[in-house]
Design a protein around this ligand. Structure first.
Ligand code: PLP
Length: 427
């Protein structure tokens, strides 16, 4: 499938049934798998043969869908996880253990920020945050001898900042560490970070990839480009024998293309069990089959609404990376020339109260803690996710009291704009 276009990969990637086999990806709803001899199963445990023995580690349905995501991103190996948070956790922890340090863009998902700054700290892992538009000198200054990776989001949720992936990749590689990119918002339909030097990509498949608000899930994809053995001292988990797996050295046995995902599966999935249900992998695949069609519509609706809001007298400001007035427009053109996503944030004149009143007036766009769904939804952080903060505190964390985040779904933009228009009229 590698030579095909992205839409064809969305529909048919990962699964190639043989004569008489099911056309649709089968749901292998089985925890375990049967073998004729103990020896045959032993070979699987030793990673000498590939196959399935227990769904906590690997399942054929999940692997088929992971293979499709690997094709979409242009990677060499991929795995699914039970959630986006699990994908981020495994992606970092696979190469950064207690005593390690990493650098992250400060413009990231709130849950990820908490994982990095609070939970990883409890595990003895330190993080330094840098602004997404930090200079090369500032990023260089954040490096320590024990720095293992850099992390960022292509389009940050909810700040909607676009990351200069090529710049971050260049700096990471100059220091001999990989760049991990959370590519949830644009999806590989609109941006493929490996083409700009990123080494590993993560996804909250919960968002656009599933796209229907049906199944929480995550994915990790390896580009197969990072040469772990070249920095063997820095990545002992990949480059020295794993005593818990019969002395296998992952980077030797599986090479650049397979070591990272094999270790994350054999060690971290085995021990942490953040496994997706086969049924959820199937639902994710249904979403992926239309991802290229849906992303186009989400981005068109996002741009149409952003442009409408920009000219509305009751709107103080609009943040959408696809707007020509966005400070990130040049980055958007470089990394996502075909479109971005359906999430727009804006300020309603009149602050907290006006924003609340606006949202209560909406009829099609529903109030939800969610984004990237087929159905349009919105959130007012000041009265929900961030309600414990004062107006001054809200401003200091970049989420002003007037901020409304809207996620434009797949409805017709005329109806979405009409809904916004009547709700603003009441403010
Ligand atoms: C939602 C989200 C996550 C977390 O995903 P879950 O599936 O909710 O665990 C991570 N990163 C980004 C950018 C997200 O939007």
């Amino acid at each position: 499938m590698d030579k095909h276009s992205i839409g064809t990969k969305c529909v048919q990637g990962g699964y190639h049934p043989k004569n008489g086999e099911p056309r649709q990806v089968p749901i292998i709803q089985s925890t375990t798998f049967k073998y004729d001899t103990g020896e045959a199963m032993g070979k699987l445990f030793d990673l000498e043969a590939s196959g399935y023995f227990y769904t906590r580690l690997q399942n054929p349905t999940s692997d088929t869908v992971a293979a499709k995501i690997a094709e979409l991103e242009g990677g060499t190996a991929a795995m699914l996880t039970s959630s986006g948070m699990a994908a981020t956790f495994l992606a970092v922890f696979n190469i950064c253990e207690a005593g390690g340090h990493f650098i992250s863009s400060s413009a990231i998902y709130g849950g990820t920020f908490n994982l990095f700054s609070v939970t990883f700290k409890k595990m003895g892992i330190d993080v330094t945050f840098v602004a997404p538009d930090a200079s090369e000198e500032e990023i260089n200054a954040a490096f320590r001898p024990n720095t293992k990776l850099i992390f960022g989001e292509t389009i940050a949720n909810p700040a909607l900042k676009v990351l200069d992936i090529q710049k971050f990749a260049k700096i990471a590689h100059a220091h001999g560490v990989p760049l991990i990119i959370d590519n949830t918002f644009p999806t590989p339909v609109h941006c493929r970070p490996f083409e700009f030097g990123a080494d590993i990509v993560t996804h909250a498949t919960t968002k656009y990839m599933d796209g229907h608000g049906s199944a929480v899930g995550g994915a990790i994809v390896d580009s197969g480009n990072f040469d772990w053995m070249k920095y063997a001292d820095k990545y002992p988990g990949l480059c020295t024998p794993d005593e818990s797996y019969h002395g296998i050295t992952y980077a030797e046995r599986f090479g650049k293309e397979g070591a990272y995902i094999t270790k994350a599966t054999a060690q971290l999935m085995r021990d942490l069990g953040v496994t997706p249900a086969p049924m959820n992998a199937f639902l994710l695949n249904l979403g992926l089959e239309s991802l290229h069609v849906r992303m186009k519509r989400h981005a068109e609706n996002g741009l149409a609404v952003a442009k409408y809001l920009e000219n509305h007298p009751k709107v103080a400001w609009v943040n959408y990376p696809g707007l020509e007035s966005s400070p990130d427009y040049a980055l958007t053109q470089k990394y996502m020339p075909d479109g971005t996503c359906g999430v727009v944030s804006f300020g309603v004149k009149g602050g907290r109260e006006a924003a609340s009143k606006f949202m209560e007036g909406l009829r099609i766009i529903a109030i939800e803690t969610h984004v990237a769904d087929a159905r349009s939804c919105c959130l007012h952080p000041a009265t929900t996710t961030h309600r414990q903060l004062s107006d001054a505190e809200l401003v200091s964390c970049g989420v002003g009291p007037d901020l409304v985040r809207v996620s434009l779904g797949l409805e017709d933009s005329v109806d979405l704009i009409a809904d916004i228009e009547q709700a603003l009229a009441n403010v």
